[in-house]
Design a protein around this ligand. Structure first.
Ligand code: DLL
Length: 433
């Protein structure tokens, strides 16, 4: 089942729709946003010079810094009386990024999110517990609006208050849930501790998770403990919020709603557009946004793109799960390491949980990587020899898979701080020096 016919267009139909929408967008940003007019003029490019989708690569990138420099509304292409919603992401450094939506943008957003719910098999008969944070973050309200559009019963439980969430989940009989993967794992842990029988007490059949990276191992673990199908949801506020891409019932790859968000994958160092299948940074151009149209936005997210047809029948391109963020990549004595690679190794080890934290620090001139990993409750043992063997085994696996020496520290169950929003997986102490 698909929600929109645009998910299944032929190649020619899709290209012609994308090109028409791209050209309209370029005219709009050129005429309405001084930032773009100046950038295009500096390069001597007019919107009419962009005659094909490939020509897009002639245009410069837009970066998060551009949104910050134009804080709060400098990149908006409409008057404030047309804005019906404002969201903002909390910047860890400097000013937050502010995004706005017209009524039309809200319609696009709820449509792409309704596509996502349909990918997970939801209909108006479903009850959705929306355990994603409401507020300035786009997650909660992004899911909410689309669920209402599909006439589901939405429980706006937001995140946190885990015991109450579990009570609602049992009593209100939600058939679907949303949240971050780390919160899903935390809820399962709490459910067990509070004596729930997860498979019997709850009515869940599917979960929609995103906002942070999750390895295949973590996704499988969440599916297993909850007994649900895992739909991965990807998105970012600068483009719209959740709903840019999501996985269907047939594959782990994520269908990108490319009739609204045109994707390119670029080389991390040269910025050149890479061919299908190669890994690089995802760059997105909005094709239908009114309030905040955005041209060649550098997402910072590392992935690859494929047009191999999916069994579900959708013809839109698919991206692989985000491997990590370009700025999340740790350089350990010259070797690139993504937290997702570490999680992948851990997901194949018995006796531990996937609650972990990566700490990078310096010893003399050398980089050192420590990974704190919570033990599984069943293996908490007095047997130091057994724990030492486990530690050595994980260190050996890290060296074999990542080619770096990792110092593993096994810590007690539930000793790593839990997050209600996005999990903090990496602490880079080298930055403090
Ligand atoms: O996180 C929107 C969202 C909410 C997506 C709920 C999915 C579910 P931002 O706060 O602007 O928006 O953060 C965007 O989060 O550039 C990625 O680095 C990361 N991210 C989002 N989804 C995924 C995912 C929301 N499925 C940033 N896998 C993005 C990995 C993700 N990273």
């Amino acid at each position: 089942m698909t929600y929109s016919k645009n998910e299944c267009l032929s190649k020619d139909e899709l290209i012609s729709l994308q090109l028409q929408r791209l050209q309209e967008t370029l005219v709009r940003v050129y005429n309405l946003v001084p930032f773009y007019k100046e950038k295009f003029n500096n390069l001597g490019i007019k919107p009419s010079d962009i005659k094909s989708l490939e020509d897009l690569s002639k245009l410069p990138f837009t970066k998060k810094k551009d949104l910050r420099d134009n804080y709060p509304y400098g990149l908006f292409a409409v008057d404030m009386d047309q804005i019906v919603r404002i969201h903002s992401s909390s910047g860890t450094t400097g000013k937050p990024t502010v995004v706005g939506y017209t009524e039309h943008d809200m319609d696009v957003w709820s449509e792409v999110m309704a596509r996502v719910f349909t990918m997970g098999g939801l209909t108006s008969r479903d009850i959705l517990q929306n355990s994603t944070g409401y507020g300035l973050f786009t997650g909660g309200l992004g899911f909410h609006t689309a669920a209402e559009r599909m006439k589901m019963a939405v429980i706006p439980s937001s995140t946190g208050f885990t015991s109450r969430q579990l009570l609602l989940l049992k009593d209100f009989k939600a058939t679907a849930i949303t949240g971050t993967p780390s919160f899903a794992l935390h809820m399962a842990e709490k459910a067990k501790a509070e004596g729930y029988d997860i498979k019997k007490d709850f009515s869940l059949k599917v979960g929609f998770f995103g906002a942070e990276p999750a390895s295949e191992g973590l996704k499988n673990e969440i599916s297993r403990v909850w007994g649900i199908h895992y739909v991965e949801v990807y998105g970012l506020s600068e483009i719209i919020g959740p709903g840019v891409a999501a996985s269907c019932m047939h594959s782990h790859l994520l269908h990108i709603n490319e009739d609204h968000f045109y994707p390119e994958i670029i080389d991390l160092t040269t910025g050149e557009v890479l061919p299908e299948g190669e890994r690089g940074e995802l760059v997105v151009t909005s094709l239908t946004k009114q309030a905040l149209p955005i041209i060649r936005y550098k997402t910072g997210d590392i992935t690859s793109l494929t047009r191999i047809p999916c069994k579900c029948g959708r013809t839109i391109a698919r991206i692989e799960s985000i491997v990590g963020r370009a700025d999340d990549m740790l350089l350990i004595n010259g070797v690139n390491v993504f937290p997702s690679q570490i999680e992948h190794v851990l997901s194949h080890v018995d006796g531990i949980t996937l609650n972990y934290q990566i700490i990078a620090h310096k010893k003399g001139y050398l980089d050192k990587l420590q990974v704190d990993i919570e033990l599984n409750e069943n293996i908490m043992s007095e047997n130091i020899h057994q724990l030492d063997n486990l530690k050595k085994h994980i260190e050996h696996e890290m060296l074999n898979n990542l080619y770096i020496n990792v110092d593993v520290k096994l810590v007690a169950p539930k000793s790593i701080i839990r997050s209600e929003g996005k999990a903090v997986r990496v602490i880079d102490k080298r930055k403090d020096i």
